[in-house]
Design a protein around this ligand. Structure first.
Ligand code: ATP
Length: 276
């Protein structure tokens, strides 16, 4: 931790009831000797839109995958203070994951792709129908249930991927650079949609990105990470007085926020380069 720790998220509000997931001194040493994370600790509170921001290779995806149970920590622990934990040590049905690639099944319709997590939970197709249609409506794809992935644009495929992550009604949504491969206009539209979904559902989001602009637009908290080794080096509260919409993108407030976040990121990059 450095002196660019601006916000003080560890306040009296950080009670076990409000904490969705905690990383406790998590380190990750890969078998090739790469120390991807060193002693990373983070409390994610209910209802937060938290972005993990940092230069390439600082361990953002590794941290997210460990939280999701897709990889194990070498040392340290992940705690779920308010979830029911299954035999694998993971919170039962509480986590949705959106990857950078939409990872859809090409041979299956949009409906069947979104059905997948419910099918794996043993739900019948007819029983799942209303939930699937609700998830598709939430991403603006009500009319595309019969389409196949090859018939969709990149942005629409990503919407299907988000619907699939939301169909189980998770409490925590993990998103790993989901819009990095999309053009700027599509990316902004999806940013608007994700913010709307976050507001409407009250879901907690952890969003990995290396974009200052995206993180400043979406988040109410940005955790900046440095590389070599991957660690938290700034924890910024991001407030805005108005609604985050098209006007906000051109506002002085947004510009000032992106300046502040850029400075924190620059410092993180310098620390990583110096290996301090
Ligand atoms: N399976 C693996 N085996 C060995 N090293 C790995 C593995 N996965 C990641 N790494 C290394 O761990 C470090 C952190 O990688 P990670 O993908 O978490 O970073 P990142 O911040 O998400 O990067 P990016 O923004 O480029 O996706 C990097 O040095 C990477 O090369």
């Amino acid at each position: 931790m450095t002196d660019i720790l601006e916000a003080a998220p560890e306040t009296a509000e950080t009670t076990p009831e409000r904490t969705v997931v905690s990383m406790r001194n998590v380190s990750k040493l890969f078998s090739n000797g790469t120390l991807a994370l060193k002693d990373m600790s983070l409390d994610v509170r209910r209802g937060e839109f938290l972005s993990l921001l940092g230069p390439s290779g600082c361990g953002k995806s590794t941290a997210l995958r460990i939280i999701a149970g897709l990889g194990a920590a070498s040392t340290g622990a992940i705690d779920w203070p308010s979830s029911r934990i299954n035999a694998k040590g993971l919170p039962e049905g509480d986590v949705g994951f959106v990857f950078q690639e939409p990872t859809l099944m090409p041979w299956a319709s949009v409906f069947d792709n979104v059905y997948l997590p419910l099918r794996l939970n043993g739900m019948s197709k007819s029983g799942a129908r209303s939930r699937i249609m609700e998830a598709l409506a939430s991403v603006g794809l009500s009319d595309f249930e019969k389409s196949y992935p090859r018939e969709l644009s990149g942005g629409m495929k990503m919407r299907v991927s988000i619907a699939r992550a939301l169909v189980t009604k998770p409490r925590l949504l993990l998103m790993d650079e989901p819009f990095a491969a999309l053009d700027e206009i599509t990316r902004q539209k999806l940013n608007d949609d994700v913010l709307r979904l976050w507001r409407e559902t009250g879901i907690t989001v952890i969003f990995v990105t290396h974009s200052v602009f995206e993180s400043a637009f979406l988040s109410n908290r940005i955790v900046v990470m440095r590389a070599r080794p991957g660690q938290v080096c700034a924890d910024l509260a991001i407030e805005s007085t108005g609604k985050r919409d098209a006007n906000y993108r051109t506002s002085e407030e947004y510009r000032a926020t992106t300046d502040r976040v850029s400075r924190a990121l620059q410092e993180a990059i310098m620390l990583g380069a110096q290996g301090q």
